[in-house]
Write a protein that binds this ligand. Structure first.
Ligand code: HEM
Length: 332
């Protein structure tokens, strides 16, 4: 991937961002450049930290991206997922659905917060939820995906419980109706859902998340028939029956370190790793969108930016009830 690819993508994204800005009102109180007066350099500070972390490990990309999703889906985008458990409270991050969140995501936010707070005028002015939002935008563009203007002004939540995670995150065996209904509850459409699923163009999955598809699938079919045969054999090789549960494999078998629309081409070829992904192509209601985006990266980028912006508006906390956390991992 050459430099010109990056430049074109970023210019396009800027354009798309402007369109987005003109096309729909931001959620109640979020806005771009929210910190223009209090901490004008905040986006550069966060980007510097994220870039340094990215240079240390690519895992930063999927780790931050997934952290943002899991934060927003449980009690809104309020950094509640970053809170550590205490003797009296099991926090969101210790719910079974969150145990595989990679440590590099948390570390990125904590380092970015420290860098922001090291600037005297910015100290305690920028929320952890906004830092996670900015870092997410940055990891996507660092991996070759589109960049976009972020809306800011979220406050940090004052509660984080493992119980609140129950039933609020999608599972890899979900069908289209289950996916759609879970997203609809957060104001996200089927199109948004298909766009957001492309986050799996980067990152890893543990074998147990899809082993039901490659072993003892059903009475008639030992392997899920919607799975590409060669890919199924490859998966069986990487994930033998009694595999070490810590083994994780690339979710995108073609371009695992590039944020791109190759994800949809994988689905067209039967190379969606989870049931919840392959169903986007096998269900006729979503198939057309997958087909279109598999060959039109501009249309995909536009839809992805819109969906991420909507995801960032889910359950945001503004006003007096919430606060800006001093330490992202603990309540003040
Ligand atoms: C639509 C339904 C979704 C389902 C069922 C789902 C499920 C999963 C599962 C099972 C894993 C593997 C976890 C592991 O074994 O460690 C995973 C990883 C991941 N998910 Fe999702 N996910 C969904 C949507 C999303 C969305 C909307 C995003 C972000 C916008 C996202 C971002 C990621 C990333 C980046 C990873 C890789 C994490 C890493 O490598 O550390 N997912 N997801």
């Amino acid at each position: 991937m050459g430099g010109s690819y990056f430049r074109t993508t970023n210019l396009l994204s800027l354009f798309l961002g402007v369109i987005l800005l003109l096309s729909g009102p931001a959620s109640a109180q979020l806005r771009q450049n929210y910190y223009a007066k209090t901490c004008p350099d905040v986006e550069n500070i966060v980007r510097r930290v994220v870039t340094a972390k990215f240079k240390q490990t690519f895992v930063t990309v999927p780790a931050v991206l997934r952290l943002f999703f899991h934060d927003c889906f449980v009690s809104g985008c309020d950094a509640s997922v970053i809170i550590a458990s205490t003797p009296g409270n099991t926090a969101e991050k210790d719910h079974p659905d969150n145990l595989s969140l990679a440590g590099d995501g948390f570390d990125t936010v904590i380092k970015a917060k420290a860098a922001v707070d090291a600037v005297p005028r910015c100290r305690n002015k920028v929320s952890c939820a906004d830092i996670l939002t900015m870092a997410t935008r940055d990891v996507i563009s660092l991996a070759g995906g589109p960049s976009y203007p972020v809306e800011l002004g979220r406050l940090d939540g004052l509660s984080s419980t493992a119980a609140s995670v129950n039933g609020n995150l999608p599972h890899p065996d979900f069908n289209l109706d289950q996916l759609n209904s879970m997203l609809a509850k957060r104001g996200l459409s089927q199109t948004d859902m298909i766009a957001l699923s492309a986050a799996h163009t980067v990152g890893f999955s543990h074998c147990d998340k899809f082993s039901n598809r490659i072993y003892n699938f059903s009475g008639q079919n030992p392997v899920d028939p919607t799975l590409n045969k060669q890919y199924a054999t490859q998966l069986q090789g990487m994930c033998p029956r009694k595999v070490d549960p810590r083994i994780a494999i690339d979710m995108d078998p073609t371009t695992p370190r590039k944020f791109d629309n190759a994800y949809y081409n994988n689905l067209v070829q039967g190379k969606g790793l989870f049931t919840s992904e392959q169903v986007l192509f096998t269900d006729r209601r979503s198939k057309n969108t997958v087909n279109t985006w598999s060959s039109d990266s501009k249309a995909f980028n536009a839809a992805f930016i819109q969906a991420m912006t909507k995801l960032g508006r889910v359950g945001v906390k503004t006003g007096k009830k919430k606060n800006i956390r001093f330490d992202c991992g603990r309540f003040n």
